[in-house]
Design a protein around this ligand. Structure first.
Ligand SMILES: Cc1cc2nc3c(=O)[nH]c(=O)nc-3n(C[C@H](O)[C@H](O)[C@H](O)COP(=O)(O)OP(=O)(O)OC[C@H]3O[C@@H](n4cnc5c(N)ncnc54)[C@H](O)[C@@H]3O)c2cc1C
Length: 457
């Protein structure tokens, strides 16, 4: 008989959430979580330096997922939740070297200068767009061009895709990244008609509906930084967690699996939850199924660097009243965009200072990973200096570099998932969690881990 009922590999939010749900709902099961690094959290982390609070990866989640809010409650973190300031509604896109406001309502859209008048007319024709050819996994860019025209695709949609996924809209799959848009088109024949219908339905229920990319939500974190959730998991579940345990491979054993670790040790379990990045899961499962391993290994990742910089408020001549800005590819800048962290969450910079969180990299800039820290910082300072009219040097800089930062749901992603699901079903007992499959946000990770934990008995 295997020693454990469940082994969880990976101690990011996905693995930790799976551990929580198993302990909460199935306390009689013998569960262990193994994390390769000395610390838990994966891409979630917060550094507190000289009055600044820097998030290494994600800086929050949208409060639209009841499971995540419930999880925070169950972890005793409800009082620690921090909602972003109202100014998050002020968002900008760079066009012609100048920040333009992103219109959040139809009247504001008419007045906005982010899209030309012909571009606006083209958007207004959306209900009369050509139908999608049958049976294709359409790219987000093709979808946007077909429905709202090339200008809106370049200046509204593409920056959103790079902001969320670090992705290139021409390569990313609409049905995998924004399935709700495809459903809206299929059901109503038009995004506008769908939004009007949804707004009416929501109004009848006394609620506010979201935009075309999904239901709305408010950016939320924890007072002082996102790592509070990781610290709490560690406090609650320390006896079930081992850090510094790098899993090497998984093989079949009597009634279950053997997980072998790089330090030469091994553990057996009836079930294994792989909450690791897909390329790691691919490596570990190679001896279980080569088809599974190949499909997992075919999910690409984009690199991303987060450059956090602190300036005195008087050094920054542009307004920082807002969420931040995104940069369309056509603007030929090195940065993907910048988040004005200290305007969004209080106390992320000391009094009289501002914190910017600027992203570099993505699927369109893989070479970014080869930049030295100095080159990276120089690129950020140059773009931010010109766009935000910054004078002088930052007083504080903290950089985080993720070589395999964000999984890319490219056209064909759904097919890879079909292979992965089929192979997992035929093996039985191996489960996947994590951001490489059904959604990249923290909410998606929590949802997937909840689902997987529910499958295990
Ligand atoms: C720069 C950046 C910004 C982001 N911003 C946001 C945001 O604002 N909001 C949002 O919702 N999402 C955001 N995301 C996405 C979000 O961070 C991730 O989807 C989520 O944190 C992934 O969690 P995970 O547990 O699936 O994976 P990870 O966090 O990658 O955790 C996987 C864990 O597995 C461990 N591991 C790997 N291999 C092994 C092995 N062989 N043995 C044992 N352990 C192993 C790793 O060390 C790691 O701890 C962002 C991501 C990045 C990179």
């Amino acid at each position: 008989m295997p020693e454990n009922d469940v082994i969880i590999i990976g101690g990011g939010i996905s693995g930790l959430a799976a551990l929580h749900y198993l302990r909460r709902d199935k306390p009689s099961l013998k569960v262990k979580l193994f994390e390769a690094e000395p610390r838990l959290g994966g891409t979630i982390g917060t550094d507190r330096i000289d009055g600044y609070s820097f998030d290494s990866g994600p800086n929050g989640f949208l409060d639209r997922e009841p499971l995540t809010l419930q999880l925070c409650d169950e972890l005793g973190l409800k009082e620690q939740l921090e909602r972003a300031n109202e100014s998050v509604n002020n968002r900008y896109i760079l066009k012609g070297g100048r920040l333009r406001s992103v219109p959040m309502s139809p009247p504001k859209f008419l007045m906005a200068d982010i899209i030309s008048w012909p571009g606006k007319m083209r958007i207004a024709m959306e209900p009369f767009s050509k139908k999608r050819p049958d049976g294709i996994d359409e790219s987000i860019y093709d979808f946007a061009c077909r429905r709202i025209g090339r200008e809106a695709a370049d200046y509204l949609v593409q920056p959103m895709v790079s902001g969320v996924y670090g992705g290139v809209a021409q390569k990313m799959s609409l049905q995998s990244c924004f399935p709700i848009m495809r459903e809206m088109e299929d059901e109503y024949g038009s995004l506008f008609k769908a939004m009007i219908a949804k707004a009416k339905a929501a109004k009848a229920k006394g609620k506010k509906s979201g935009g075309p990319s999904g239901p709305g939500g408010w950016l939320t974190s924890f007072k002082g930084g996102l790592d509070k959730i990781v610290v709490r998991f560690q406090e609650m579940y320390a006896p079930f967690i081992s850090t510094g345990k790098n899993a090497e491979s998984i093989t079949r054993a009597n009634d279950g699996f053997v997980v072998a670790f790089k330090d030469g040790s091994s553990e057996t379990a009836r079930n294994v939850i792989m909450a690791t990045p897909s390329y790691e899961t691919a490596r570990m499962t190679a001896r279980l199924s080569s088809e599974l391993s190949q499909a997992l290994g075919a999910i690409p990742y984009a690199p991303i660097a987060v450059v956090c910089a602190g300036y005195r408020t008087d050094q920054v001549k542009a307004s920082v009243d807002g969420f931040g800005f995104l940069v369309p590819k056509k603007e030929n800048r090195k940065i993907l965009g910048s988040i004005w962290t200290s305007s969004i969450f209080a106390e992320r910079a000391p009094q009289g200072m501002v914190q910017f969180r600027t992203m570099v990299g993505g699927d369109g800039f893989h070479e970014s990973i080869d930049l030295t820290d100095e080159e990276l910082l120089t690129a950020v300072k140059q773009d931010m200096g010109e766009i935000m009219h910054i004078e002088g040097e930052p007083h504080m800089v903290k950089m985080y570099r993720w070589k395999y930062g964000i999984p890319q749901y490219r056209v064909g992603h759904r097919k890879l998932l079909e292979t992965i699901e089929r192979e997992l079903a035929s093996i039985g007992g191996i489960h996947i969690a994590g951001n490489a499959y059904y959604g990249i946000g923290l909410n998606d990770c929590v949802k997937q881990s909840h689902k997987v934990a529910g499958l295990i008995s």
